[in-house]
Ligand binder design. Structure first.
Ligand code: API
Length: 278
């Protein structure tokens, strides 16, 4: 089987397992696969598992063909795949090594309750950034991958799509960045809309939820337990005193399938980024 489709709150991924598919995942192949309508369409590809001397890892690819250090929905989805494929068991905690650090996974219920220790949030800078003549106060957060959290009065998808590309590619961020516009609803609830590095607008993002909750906590605006409200649904985030972050949320399985031979033949042709058409 070439791929297994899952989503986390509408942030969809294809899991591709090297033990089950021989597809060579070049950047052009990733862009072709993730492009909606012309390809399978997805917010990214999770490629693994790779296990050696007890260490388990996988790759997180964005639709633009780049590789991300971490993905919260991606880790929950890959954790679910490891259960579905029999690599790991429900109720037994295990670690996954990502490029953005080690995460610790525990599946209580494989559809509704996947619990991930996402690592420690750090705060590299808090610059004011001007976009379209408006100056935004930001709090930058690393969850292993980069985030720029921007408090605003009115969180809309339109605003995220308007300023997201300019923030993503701003010169302050040598590796680009994910962006979240944030509204604190009360001390236990925040609302975000997201523009992802290398993926564009998404309905939900786990590492974004962790970053936005950590930023709100850093600013003294929320308690240690926060519900993050996104277009695709909600995640439960717990922020430790040391800014160690725990994320709890669902995963839904959708489908599995194989790519047509004539589609695979296009993988060695140049493919532009397809998600901007979303
Ligand atoms: N686009 C992100 C990776 C996926 C993040 C998001 N899908 C999540 O659930 O954390 C990045 O380049 O860092």
């Amino acid at each position: 089987m070439d791929f297994y489709r899952y989503h986390g709150l509408g942030n969809d991924y294809l899991v591709m397992d090297p033990n089950k598919t021989q597809i060579n995942l070049t950047p052009d192949a990733i862009r072709a696969i993730c492009t909606a309508h012309f390809g399978e369409g997805s917010d990214g590809i999770l490629y693994g598992p790779f296990e050696s001397d007890g260490t388990l890892t996988f790759h997180i690819y964005n639709p633009d063909g780049g590789e991300a250090e971490k993905s919260g929905n991606g880790v929950r989805i890959f954790t679910r795949y490891l259960i579905d494929a029999g690599y790991r068991k429900i109720g037994e905690p295990f670690e996954i090594v990502t490029k953005g650090g080690v995460v610790r996974c525990l599946v209580i219920d494989k559809e509704t309750h996947l619990q991930i220790e996402m690592g420690t949030a750090t705060f590299p800078m808090a610059p004011a950034i001007e976009v379209d003549g408006v100056t935004y106060q930001t709090t930058c957060v690393s969850m292993g991958n980069p985030h720029c959290v921007i408090p605003v009065d009115d969180v809309t998808a339109e605003l995220a799509k308007q300023i997201g590309p300019q923030i993503e590619n701003h010169s302050l961020f040598p590796n680009r960045t994910n962006m979240q516009i944030l509204k604190v609803l009360d001390r236990q609830n925040i609302q975000i809309e997201i523009w992802e590095r290398g993926a564009g607008y998404t309905l939900a993002s786990g590492s974004s939820s962790c970053a936005a909750a950590a930023a709100a906590r850093k600013l003294g605006l929320v308690d240690e337990q926060v519900t993050v409200h996104m277009a695709g649904g909600t995640l439960q985030i717990k922020i430790g005193d040391d800014y160690g972050i725990e994320m709890i949320g669902p995963v839904a399985a959708v489908s599995s399938g194989n790519f047509a031979e004539e589609f695979v033949r296009t993988f060695d042709q140049p493919h532009a980024v397809g998600y901007l058409s979303k």
